[in-house]
Each structure stands twice: as structure tokens, then as C-alpha cells.
Design a protein around this ligand. Structure first.
Ligand code: NAP
Length: 213
């Protein structure tokens, strides 16, 4: 499958490397390909492209951009390039302007996931993977044998079923919990303050939410 990934930080690089390793066709969309040359030498099967080329390339597209840039980046990616496609939105609305811990720059009555869905009405935005560290996104079994929970939400039930199947096949997820429409991004983005407090307490990102029911 052709996968586009917007943003070449820790998350974009981790997902790109894993998907290329398991034989998917991957394009990483970046403003600055020159800074990725060393990484590309180790991941020679990943293509680099502009943000809009990457959106056009992907059959499924991941948004792994910094929260305060995410809306602008997906608009640059192009509503036409993303129309009818699944956009997995991993971004978080974190405001670090007053240091650690960050606050949320949108919350309670709106979310970054909803803002992105409104900007791309013909795209199937699914909020997912935003509540855990990058290495666990692609290798959940590295912690507690994968017995922990991944939240997803979005307006299109069929798209969520497709993504659930893909995340299970690609990365080995076992417990994917559908929280309903994209307004549930208000809740999953609001998990970041507690996630960051736990990160500060334990000094590691190898921590996860597990919903016992
Ligand atoms: N790090 C984690 O483990 C983790 C876990 C869960 C969720 N998240 C969320 O996932 C997203 C990505 O996190 P990250 O840690 O990989 O990296 P990040 O530092 O948040 O940045 C990701 C990418 O965003 C793009 N970007 C930054 N500023 C921009 C601007 N002004 N205009 C356009 N693009 C800009 C850059 O891509 P290019 O330089 O390639 O253009 C950058 O590499 C964030 O929203 C974060 O909150 C991260």
C-alpha cells in the first residue's frame, strides 16, 4: 500500500521506517529533505517528497506534524489531494510557550482533530496514536506484551474499521478502542496533560493507558 507521512520528526521517522521495513511504499513529506540525508541512508526504501506530493501519493496519510503547525500543513497538503482518503491525525495541541508541562491550545469544546476535519471536509480524519510514545505506536508488544489500549475516533465507521485492521496487521495492536466520532478527539487530546505528568514522574515514555473493563 502507498503511505504518505506528513512531518519528519520522531513520529514521522518511526512510522516511515517501520512501514518501509514491512514492505509498504512510503513517502515522507518534509520542508527540509537536506536534514534527512543520514536517516535516508539507513532507510533507503523511503521516498522524500513535499507535503503536497506526499498527500497525493498516499492511499492512507499520517499527520505527524507539530501541533501548532498541523492545521497549516494539512491545508498545504491540499484538500483535493486528501479527498476520500484516511488521514490519521497523531498531532497534539501542545503549547510549550511557558515551558514544561505544556498546556493545550484548544480543548473542552473543540480539538485539533476537529479543526483538521473541518479544514478537510471530504477527508476521513481519524484521531489515533496521539496518546503514546512513537516507538510503542509501531511496536506495542514492547510493553506489557501489547496489553494496553489505543484510542481511535472519527466520523466514518468504515474508515475506522479499515484503520483498525491495518494497525493490527502492520504493528500488532490488540486493544483498539473506538470512542465514536471526531469530537472524541477533545478527550484523547486531553489525555496529554496526564501522559506528560507521568512521563515527568517516571522519566520514560515507555508508559501507556490500559482500559480495564
Ligand atoms: N514524539 C512522540 O513520541 C509523540 C507521541 C504522540 C504524539 N505526538 C505528536 O505527534 C506530532 C509529531 O511529533 P514529533 O515528536 O515527531 O515532532 P515535532 O517536533 O512535533 O515536529 C514534527 C514535524 O512537524 C513539522 N513542523 C514543525 N514546525 C513546522 C512549521 N512551522 N511548519 C510546517 N511544519 C512544521 C516538521 O516537519 P518537517 O521539518 O519535516 O517539515 C517537524 O519535523 C506532534 O503533534 C506531537 O504532539 C508525538
Amino acid at each position: 500500500m502507498k503511505i504518505g507521512i506528513l512531518g519528519s520528526g520522531m513520529v514521522g521517522q518511526t512510522i516511515a521506517a517501520k512501514l518501509a521495513e514491512i514492505g509498504q511504499e512510503v513517502m515522507l513529506g518534509t520542508r527540509s529533505p537536506e536534514k534527512l540525508q543520514d536517516w535516508l541512508a539507513k532507510n533507503p526504501h523511503v521516498k522524500l517528497g513535499s507535503v503536497s506530493e506526499t498527500a497525493a501519493f498516499g492511499e492512507v496519510v499520517f499527520n505527524a506534524t507539530k501541533g501548532d503547525a498541523a492545521l497549516e500543513v494539512v491545508k498545504t497538503a491540499g484538500a483535493k489531494n486528501l479527498a476520500g482518503k484516511i488521514l490519521v491525525d497523531i498531532s497534539n495541541p501542545l503549547d510549550f510557550s511557558n515551558g514544561m508541562p505544556p498546556t493545550l491550545f484548544v480543548s473542552n469544546t473543540d480539538s485539533l482533530g476537529e479543526q483538521i476535519q473541518r479544514a478537510l471536509p471530504d477527508c476521513k480524519v481519524i484521531k489515533a496514536l496521539n496518546t503514546l510514545t512513537a516507538s510503542l505506536m509501531v511496536n506495542p508488544r514492547a510493553l506489557a506484551d501489547g496489553e494496553h489500549t489505543l484510542f481511535i475516533c472519527g466520523n466514518d465507521a468504515e474508515a475506522k474499521a479499515v484503520l483498525t485492521r491495518l494497525l493490527t496487521e502492520w504493528f500488532g495492536w490488540r486493544d483498539i478502542l473506538d470512542l465514536g466520532d471526531i469530537t472524541s478527539a477533545r478527550a484523547t487530546e486531553a489525555l496529554l496533560p496526564i501522559w506528560i505528568r507521568m512521563y515527568m514522574k517516571f522519566g520514560t515514555g515507555q508508559i501507556q493507558f490500559k482500559i480495564v473493563r
